[in-house]
Design a protein around this ligand. Structure first.
Ligand SMILES: Cc1cc2nc3c(=O)[nH]c(=O)nc-3n(C[C@H](O)[C@H](O)[C@H](O)COP(=O)(O)OP(=O)(O)OC[C@H]3O[C@@H](n4cnc5c(N)ncnc54)[C@H](O)[C@@H]3O)c2cc1C
Ligand SMILES: Cc1cc2nc3c(=O)[nH]c(=O)nc-3n(C[C@H](O)[C@H](O)[C@H](O)COP(=O)(O)O)c2cc1C
Length: 1214
């Protein structure tokens, strides 16, 4: 990291807009004769200007108000810090001298590479990838690019990081607490002056945001040649500013600071209206070409007219100012590259307008006229008329901005925020380079906290640097020739862009990235996320990722993040969302720990760790956290509590001083990210949509800006419609948030909400290139490596008295398997032959179901020569026979979605049949009732509409994939690593509350019907949170009614094998099993043997429907053993395992809490804490099957509840 070290003095001076060379004598210089920051701590004795010397040690920085000391380590800790240069010497401090703007240096490729290397090191460190393969190959790529072209291009994510860092490093900016919250518009593709102007208009619109100002930067192409002959430049010092005209009498009409630039504009041909408030045109030059100027459309410029809350005459002064301060003449130096055309904005601090623009003697200079109006004596300094008038002008500015709801910050709040920023930076970075002279506000300086704070000034890259005005450096190509006058109104521009090229306009609006992340178990979230990707892709730069494929370290650099996720297990993430969730929880944990340390309250209360967060719903919302902080303080020192309350009140008031912008407390790592979550779930589960809701809150707690409240799609009731409503709402809000106007692309996107994207014309079966084996085809379709197994044994586990069938399968794999007891096996099932045949018989457009065919989709690609149509392979459905597609790849038993019904209606020739389907499509209540009462599979739906003949290829494309089913492994590899055992409860039920057709569970009946030597395909799914402890002496409590016993059979065999080869005594195992009747006491004989061998210490059985016996569930058995269980968990380090249906698991947890409360004599809070610590220590384990047991009861009650809730909340079900 290259840098220049400069010394700094603490002294209030005015910030001059021209060079000033006066020697400034500070109090410290007077006292000690040396500059406090250039003295012996950091410099050798005989320092000469620009001498390179080593920076050795931390620099002590004192706050003179509170007497606290801090150390700046940043300057000495940064890598390759070998030198700094300074303008100051031991004898003279020059730090108040304005920087001389430069043209930037002509850099050799070696120099560029050196800076690039150091920047990329910082970038890859920020995403925890330093020295990774990606880092090394990126460096090689940069080196190659540099060698070939003398420059290289930063990737957008790198530039976003660099631009934020440059803001963070801006020594003069007091508003840096917001540095992470910066929207970066990377305009690498813009190559014309007109393109630059349009991008700058976009910037103004986005940043102004109807007064709720957002920080943003637009960055055009970097310098590409050492001489700067192809530079891009924005000639305006600020994007919006008022012209200044020198009158013949020497006075100035308008803003005196802009006289020179106004003359440049006029020389270029600009014809000004010549009033005091003329907005200057935008002047830009692209690629070193001649500058062009463009009139800014007035409708995108927001101005505030000044009035005073108490002085009516103030309004008559006719003062106004623009809302958006956007500096456009600075150069961004990042990664060795010099971006000569940038426009950056934050929001105003009141004093910038009131003190500097209105009252500086060389600006509007209104002070005396204000003082006169106030009736002050302006003849004597002693009356302090200047100070009094200045305060009133400041009040007027703040008042007028607040009145119009335009963001602004007063200098006191800004100063406090900066102190907080210094503190943050000191903790996270070891220092914060700051220019005291610029940081201290131009009025009431010693009243602000920053005045009393020593600061260290040094310069770090990336940086924003001053540069010479473009009109002084531009190399004119055509001497004397004036560029053409461009005057466009915004609407005209939009029209012109539309006509020139649709592709070009897409490039323009697609600067804003939208990242869509999904996590799914059964594919629904993925399907929705992809649909969302198509919709957003019309307008945004949209990318869809599965959470497990997403580089989560990039999350801080996202702009718009949309999450579509289901919930699995018991309120947990789907498997492919686990790592993402962990990462977010880890981030949150670090943030909270940091906050706790800052508030000096570490250890007062227990923070939920990432592991706990993963397992519970105990995420604290900010308001809960706020209350908790208060109660913590209350219970500690009274003094600090008062101080804390005072701080919070102040922070609240700061919120209003930055009208409408996010609060200063909320500058978390994701403060730049706008987000919304669609959570899929089922209200049949106690933790309804828990994972989506949790992610939503975590994103908020990390500082993200929620665009829409989390939307919960309930599989029990109207899921599809809920998704469509949310998709449409979030699209609308996102367009509004990013100020994207109604245009063709947005209209196209909106069409997506209603149309079926696939039609009989755009889907077909084609000839396959090659035909894979079924195993390869399944592997490709489900992206899983499969294991081929043969059935060695398949037997019924119950006896004749059993009223349900549970089967045991012994499977032999053709390879040695790597698994642990607790893991699951995923089974690729087949649909029942009779249902497949009924469906195939109704298809049209196919004559041979047993010939391999490739499903193909038509793709349309827009090219400069027009749209090209091509046929592409369907990504999920491989080239197999149509019979195999409907047998192994498609889900034909889940009731069809409304989208599918919509198509089936169009495939009916009888209008009554079509109408029957249309009613279901249009009335979501009817659809939900129909779906849950009949739970019809596809063949049954087709039977109800006999004239419906769906097109085979289109139907295949519309159906969801047949998902693998999971089974807990009932064996251990210690017995035989080629064998897997499963315990399968066979699902058979009658629809219509037991009165209708018999339905057979796809996979359980497929498994039940497999005969010895049949082949099937499976894969292993790891479930590390359900593993046994390594130490065999640890006591285990196992609770698993019905097929929930499955993993425990693996456990006891594992313990048995471990005990054989260990000298250690195995710990006790308590087994709680439940069944309807004795005939379903699964593995009865085996359990008996293991009890005899001492592997099982106790095996308890609860019977719920045994004739002549009272009904008992496992929960009651637990109560019987309450004392024993409590001892095992509280003092013997025992592990608790629950397996089976979700409701049961929930009830067991409640019961366990009650037991511990009684036997350990805990309070409610202590029990909660104890359970959390069990989870945290990985001693409480759940393996949830879903709600397959008791399905109909659960379904019906939860559907009723869902309906009721929606009616009560006033939501229409239709
Ligand atoms: C991690 C995990 C581990 C599992 N381990 C095991 C295990 O070890 N042993 C085991 O047997 N199962 C286990 N399961 C459940 C298993 O995966 C399957 O869900 C189960 O076998 C049913 O699948 P299926 O294809 O036979 O039924 P499906 O065709 O999927 O049919 C089940 C669906 O039918 C409907 N349904 C069921 N009963 C009724 C009813 N009475 N009224 C109306 N609708 C009804 C419901 O919508 C239900 O979801 C596990 C599940 C998970 C997630
Ligand atoms: C084993 C299992 C456990 C589930 N657990 C929950 C749960 O705890 N909370 C919930 O709201 N939904 C739960 N669901 C319902 C799913 O979230 C729902 O089916 C969702 O639509 C699946 O979406 P996906 O296909 O994207 O995974 C569970 C479903 C299954 C099969």
């Amino acid at each position: 990291m290259s840098k220049i070290f400069n010394c700094c003095v603490k002294k209030e001076v005015s910030k001059m807009e021209s060079d000033k060379t006066d020697f400034i004598e500070t109090p410290e210089l007077k006292q000690n004769g040396v500059c406090p920051f250039s003295c012996d701590k950091v410099l050798d004795k005989h320092v000469k200007p620009n001498l390179k010397i080593k920076v050795p040690q931390p620099l002590k920085l004192k706050n003179h108000l509170v007497g606290e000391e801090n150390y700046d380590n940043l300057h000495s800790h940064l890598e390759d810090v070998t030198s700094f240069s300074t303008k100051c010497s031991e004898a003279m401090c020059q730090s108040s001298i304005m920087d001389t703007p430069s043209r930037g240096d002509a850099r050799t490729t070696d120099e560029i590479y050196r800076d690039a290397k150091s920047f990329l090191h910082e970038y890859f460190s920020s995403i925890r990838r330093q020295n990774s393969e990606a880092h090394i190959s990126r460096l090689q790529e940069v080196e190659r690019e540099l060698r070939a072209s003398g420059t290289y291009n930063l990737k957008t994510c790198e530039l976003v990081f660099g631009a934020k860092l440059a803001w963070r490093n801006s020594t003069r900016c007091i508003g840096r607490i917001q540095w992470k919250k910066l929207q970066v518009f990377h305009c690498q593709e813009v190559s014309t002056a007109r393109g630059m102007f349009e991008a700058l208009c976009d910037h103004i619109k986005y940043a102004t945001n109807r007064g709720n100002i957002r920080s943003a930067i637009t960055i055009f192409r970097q310098r590409t040649d050492a001489a700067g002959a192809h530079d891009y430049r924005v000639w305006n010092p600020q994007l919006i500013s008022y012209a200044g005209y020198r009158e013949p009498d020497g006075t100035v009409l308008g803003d005196p600071a802009r006289v020179e630039f106004t003359e440049v504009c006029m020389k270029l041909g600009w014809k000004p209206p010549r009033t005091a408030w003329d907005i200057l045109p935008i002047v830009v030059s692209a690629d070193g070409k001649e500058p062009e100027y463009f009139e800014l459309p007035r409708e995108i410029i927001m101005e505030v007219h000044m009035e005073h809350p108490n002085y009516p005459w103030f309004r008559d002064l006719g003062l106004r100012w623009y809302a958006l301060p956007a500096v456009s003449n600075m150069r961004l130096d990042c990664g060795g590259l010099q971006f000569t055309a940038t426009a950056f904005n934050g929001w105003y601090m009141g004093t910038e307008i009131a003190c500097r623009n209105f009252c500086d003697a060389n600006r509007l200079d209104i002070l005396e006229s204000v003082a006169m109006k106030m009736g002050l004596d302006t003849n004597s300094y002693v009356s302090l008329w200047k100070d009094k008038a200045l305060v009133e002008v400041n009040i007027a500015v703040l008042h007028s901005f607040h009145r119009d709801n335009v963001s602004i910050v007063d200098h006191h709040s800004a100063s406090e925020q900066f102190m907080k920023h210094l503190d943050n930076e000191s903790r996270s970075r070891g220092g914060c380079p700051s220019d005291w002279i610029w940081i201290v506000p131009p009025m009431s300086s010693s009243l602000t906290a920053v005045f009393h704070q020593e600061m260290a000034l040094y310069y770090i890259k990336p940086s924003y640097d001053y540069q010479e005005p473009a009109w002084k450096t531009h190399q004119w190509k055509t001497e004397g020739e004036k560029p053409r006058h461009r005057k466009f109104h915004f609407k005209q521009i939009a029209r012109a862009v539309k006509f020139t090229s649709k592709l070009f306009s897409q490039a323009l609006s697609k600067r804003i990235k939208a990242t869509i992340l999904y996590a799914t178990e059964t594919g629904k979230s993925e399907q929705y996320a992809k649909e969302l990707g198509t919709i957003f892709g019309h307008v945004f730069n949209a990318q869809v990722f599965c959470m497990s494929d997403y580089d989560f370290f990039s999350i801080e650099h996202e702009t718009l993040l949309l999450i579509v996720t289901s919930t699995f297990g018991n309120g947990e993430p789907p498997a492919n969302g686990v790592d993402f969730a962990n990462h977010l929880y880890q981030m949150l944990y670090s943030e909270r720990k940091n906050q706790d340390e800052q508030n000096d309250s570490a250890g007062i209360s227990k923070l939920p760790t990432p592991k706990t967060l993963m397992r519970t719903t105990s995420i604290m919302t900010p308001s809960i956290e706020y209350k908790r902080q208060l109660s913590r303080m209350e219970s500690s020192k009274v003094g600090s509590f008062v101080e804390f309350k005072r701080q919070l009140t102040r922070l609240e008031s700061n919120k209003s001083s930055i009208a409408g912008t996010s609060s200063v407390e909320n500058i978390g790592p994701l403060s730049n990210v706008c987000y919304s979550v669609f959570a899929l779930g089922s209200s049949a589960y106690p933790k309804f949509c828990n994972f989506g809701k949790t992610i939503d809150r975590v994103l908020e707690d990390l500082g993200g800006e929620r665009l829409l409240d989390v939307s919960c799609g309930d599989e029990m009731c109207g899921l599809e419609q809920q998704f469509r409503t949310w998709a449409s709402d979030i699209f609308h809000v996102a367009c509004e948030t990013f100020c994207l106007d109604e245009n063709d692309m947005i209209k196209d996107a909106k069409k997506e909400f209603s149309k079926i994207p696939l039609t009989e014309e755009t889907v077909r079966f084609g000839r396959p290139d090659n035909v894979p084996t079924i195993k390869t085809a399944l592997e490709n379709a489900f992206k899983k490596q499969l294991i081929s197994c043969t059935v060695k044994e398949n037997k019924n586990l119950g006896d004749v008295t059993a009223d349900r069938t549970t089967v045991f399968l012994d499977l032999e794999a053709n390879v040695k398997l790597k698994y642990e007891p607790g893991d699951h096996v995923g089974v690729m099932a087949c649909n029942r032959k009779e249902i497949v045949d009924e469906v195939l018989n109704r298809l049209k457009g196919i004559d041979n179901y047993d010939k391999p065919l490739q499903l193909q989709l038509m793709k349309e690609t827009l090219t400069p020569t027009g749209a090209i149509k091509t046929w592409e392979k369907h990504e999920r459905i491989p080239a197999v026979t149509v019979r195999d597609i409907f047998t192994r790849f498609l889900d034909i038993t889940t009731p069809p979605s409304t989208k599918l019904l919509k198509y089936l209606a169009t495939a009916c020739t009888d209008q009554n049949e079509a109408e029957y389907l249309r009613i279901l499509i249009e009335d979501s209540t009817k659809y939900d009732d129909w779906r849950h009462h009949y739970y019809p599979h596809l063949a049954e739906v087709l039977a109800a509409v006999p004239t419906c003949r769906p097109h085979a290829a289109l139907l295949a494309a519309l159906l969801p994939p047949l998902q693998p089913r999971f089974y807990s492994i009932s064996s251990t590899p210690l017995v035989d690593p080629t064998r897997i055992h499963v315990t399968v409860a066979v699902v058979v039920y009658k629809t219509q509350n037991g009165e209708g057709a018999t339905h057979y569970g796809v996979c359980s009946t497929y498994l039940q019907n497999l005969t010895p030597n049949s082949e099937l395909f499976v894969f292993i799914r790891r479930a590390p949170s359900f593993y046994m402890p390594q130490d065999i002496s640890v006591p285990l409590i196992l609770v698993g009614p019905g097929s929930g016993i499955a993993p425990f059979r693996g456990f006891w065999h594992h313990r048995r094998m471990q005990a054989k080869s260990s000298t250690q005594k195995p710990g006790p195992i308590l087994l709680f099993f439940g069944a309807r009747n004795r005939g379903m006491d699964l593995y009865k004989d085996e359990k008996q043997k293991l009890l005899q061998r001492g592997i099982l210490s106790k095996s308890l059985l609860a019977l719920s429907r045994e004739k002549g016996e009272s009904k008992k569930h496992v929960q009651a058995l637990l109560e019987d053993e309450g004392e024993h269980i409590t001892r095992m968990l509280t003092s013997e380090g025992g592990h608790f395992y629950v397996c089976g249906d979700c409701k049961m698991a929930e009830e067991v947890q409640h019961k366990l809490k009650a037991i511990i409360k009684v036997h350990a004599n805990y309070t409610d809070e202590e029990v909660e804490d104890f359970l959390l610590s069990l989870m945290d220590e990985n001693r409480y384990h759940e393996d949830i099957f879903g709600i397959t047991l008791r399905t109909s009861i659960v379904h019906n009650t939860s559907r009723e509840t869902a309906k009721r809730t929606r009616l009560e909340s006033g939501q229409s079900i239709t």
